[in-house]
Design a protein around this ligand. Structure first.
Ligand code: ADP
Ligand code: MG
Length: 249
């Protein structure tokens, strides 16, 4: 369960204060999926980082499974992340000096899991890489590297998985397979899934969509009312010409 109340993010720059996010609200029940969509620079990654407890908003609150992470210190947030949160990034973020198996096992070992290698082997098999366990990242294709990253994320049994443009560096066919894997594992493990994407097809597979334009939330009810075939056009129009509101749900 993710609950976000009126979060805003401002940063100081040489040119003055820059508003990156403005009064974002959302509520995502456990086990459901949310796509954050919007053009480049609209604040998607910043929002994802705040939802995951990697970054703090300037105002507003975020609670994960009933715990207000914006009221915690960094140590508290780190504990929530370790216990609940998994990540998949666009650029895979594998350690080049470790094999596929070691990459998946590392976060488990850091948590003191004595069965880390066994669990890692199981999740590599779940993503179809049982024959690549001793390969290093440079010996794997992009799609295979992202499968390792997906296995690493799910091996820690997160209750919430965050993915930032997980197929952004992959060709369409390979990306589709990664998307199928994310949705299959999400369903099987009962994980809550939050993903940032440019791809309309992927956004459409999620239960909810949060459309951002220049850091502001675009009214989605306008999108919901449309027949499926028209939704893409409505999202595109909304992103190009945002009708902004502070609270959506
Ligand atoms: P997206 O993921 O949608 O492409 P980001 O969340 O990465 O967008 O960034 C949103 C905007 O905020 C961009 O214009 C980016 O340059 C700016 N931005 C993000 N983080 C910082 C920061 N720490 N300092 C200054 N500007 C930032
Ligand atoms: Mg981004």
């Amino acid at each position: 369960m993710i609950e976000v109340s009126n979060i805003s993010k401002q940063v100081s720059t040489a040119e003055g204060t820059l508003s990156i996010l403005d009064k974002i609200n959302l509520s995502l029940p456990a086990g459901e999926s949310l796509a954050i969509v919007g053009p480049s620079g609209s604040g998607k990654s910043t929002l994802l980082g705040i939802l995951a407890g990697l970054d703090l908003p300037t105002a507003g609150s975020v609670s994960l499974n009933g715990q207000d992470i914006t009221a915690m210190d960094e140590e508290g947030r780190a504990a929530v992340r370790a216990g609940h949160v998994g990540f998949v990034f666009q650029s895979f973020h594998l350690l080049p000096g470790l094999t596929a198996l070691e990459n998946v096992a590392l976060p488990l070992e850091l948590q003191g899991d004595k069965d880390a290698l066994k669990t890692a082997a199981y999740y590599l098999q779940r993503v179809g890489l049982e024959n690549r366990t001793t390969h290093y990242p440079r010996q794997l294709s992009g799609g295979e590297q992202q499968r390792v990253a997906v296995a690493r994320a799910f091996a820690c049994r997160p209750t919430i998985l965050f993915a930032d443009e997980p197929t952004g560096n992959l060709d369409t066919g390979t990306g589709e397979k990664i998307n199928d894997l994310l949705f299959d594992l999400n369903k099987e493990e009962g994980t809550t899934l939050v993903l940032v994407t440019h791809e309309y097809n992927l956004a459409a597979r999620c239960g909810q969509r949060l459309v951002l334009a220049a850091g502001r939330q675009v009214e989605e009810s306008a999108i919901k009312k449309q027949p499926a075939a028209k939704k893409k056009a409505v999202i595109n129009a909304a992103v190009a010409n945002p009708k902004v509101q502070g609270s959506k749900y």
